[in-house]
Design a protein around this ligand. Sequence first.
Ligand code: AMP
Ligand code: ZN
Length: 670
Amino acid sequence: MTETDEIKRIDQLREELHLHNYNYYVLNAPVISDQEFDRMMRELQDLEARHPEHFDENSPSVRVGSDLNKNFTQVVHRYPMLSLGNTYSQAEVTEFYDRVKKSLNEDFEICCEMKFDGTSISLTYEDGKLVRAVTRGDGVKGDDVTDNVKTIRSIPLVLHGSGYPKSFEMRGEILMPWDVFEELNRERELREEPLFANPRNAASGTLKSQNSAVVASRKLDAYLYYMLGEDLPHDGHYENLQEAEKWGFKISHIARKVRTLQEIFDFIDYWDVERKNLPVATDGIVLKVNSLRQQRNLGYTAKSPRWAIAYKFQAERALTRLLKVTYQVGRTGAITPVANLEPVQLSGTVVRRASLHNADIIASLDLHIGDMVYVEKGGEIIPKITGVDLASRPAGSEKVIFITHCPECGSKLVRYEDEAAHYCTNETACPPQIKGRIEHFISRRAMNIEGLGPETVDLFYQEGLIHDVADLYDLKAADISRLERLGEKSAENIISGIARSREVPYERVLFALGIRFVGETVAKKVAKAFPSIDALAAATLDDLIHVDEIGGRIAQSIIQYFANGKNREIIERLRKAGLKMEADPSLTAAYSDKLQGKSVVISGVFTRHSRDEYKELIERHGGKNVGSISRKTSFILAGDNMGPSKLEKARALNIPIIDETRFLDMINEE
Ligand code: AMP
Ligand code: ZN
């Protein structure tokens, strides 16, 4: 890589890692495995070390990650909660050991323990009582989740025995055991709620629940692994934990004090295998210098203690045979290839299927039927195939060639430019697409039709009762109640659920139609810009592209949707059935005509309203919001940090600059 390539790569990694960080810590929904995340972070750190001139104080490499949630009070940690330096390499464990030895220049013990894969917690005890439980947050301050933590039975609220310090802190990991996690996901699946990707996300998601009763019902567990404070009973970390156990804390018994590197590696090797039998998820081993005095001597870097390191296990991987590849057709017609495998045990569950994502991935793996393949569980629930053991490929085996025609309806698949997936475009006659669209239409965030679910949709489709979403409104209770599985009562429920959906506002109807790329947020924007379905149907590509945040891809898709006669027909039937095809007028009604004929440019950062709100205010008072300054601009609504080039242009053209307070006065005065 050249200098400029490296700088580009740094920027790219920062951007991606920020996003992954957000997915992981804020949304609790990682899209890549921890290992991939760590690898990217490592690459970034290496590149940043080579380019100190490209330092950025907000780089993802300088922070510990944040799980701050606005609804909890934030508390500053008495002692910062740092991260642990971590590695996948035994050579780096050796380096750690040698560094400690050299710095201390005296005998030392290392405490080897499991790295539990949950969410960390800081517990403060005063006079033997739990007074506060705080999440790690950004390391400096975290969320006060005391009420929730109090529901976790293995965390003592009042300590036993005596001899504990007047005030001290315990740190540990809150976990959701495997069996609880699997049960929870089974229930969520039944209720059609999104599944948790792994026990870690389930634990941290639960801990952030606004309702501590929910927390209580989720059966979380906790292991405490570190004691902090001024007057602790012992100088040894391990010894303090033994003491803590007597006071009622749950301490892991998988901990061992050792002196040599060999003993460390023996511990690692043993537990890399044995951990598969533990009831909770683990992702590595933590090594800690045992003496607290020695820990203080070694100190901290900005991010982590110098006296500890985490050795992470390779993601668990299994080798099994590829039996065949099948193809699923989604609601949008996207084709997902699925590997059907000889059942194999992996991280506590039996794996039979793995996602192959798309044709490119199949080609790059050079998959053949009968191949022995490596399966891994990353951050996702569905395992993936990461490699092929070429040495054991059966002679004359058949290469996996991506299908050319839809497995459900037989029509020819297409692949759009810039997209990895293949699509079946036979929207109106391909069964999984029809059923998928109906399922989307009735779902909670769309028309929210109670009483109906994927199974009933499937049944009605099989029975010939529905072929499209408009058919729902022609259903009669009698049609339904004669079906074997449904009684009169549920038939009535379904009919009244469908009837109630007539009240769903226009923007959600728009989302429910399932126009490709028109998700919830886009639907809202579209509904605002085109307050009736007729206005939208009449819009040109140009009209659409001029709406904020609607790009060519979305615009094109909307045009295509309305170009299809079948879709227009369905809309007409839905309109006749009484669905809302127009926005509630109060949402767009004019407030005044104070800005009539004015064209206004918005620039800078505001404090009293968001940019979007100002835009709306301008329009509702009869003005027009335009993007760039010209002679025709009436004035500029300027916040802080208005761009210098805009400022210059405004001055050159002598255009008035108005701040937000003056603007608000202007539209509010009688
Ligand atoms: P990382 O999040 O990869 O930086 O690893 C640090 C985290 O490992 C800590 O914040 C703890 O939540 C977690 N952890 C799990 N088990 C242990 C343990 N035995 N000792 C210290 N930290 C642990
Ligand atoms: Zn098809």
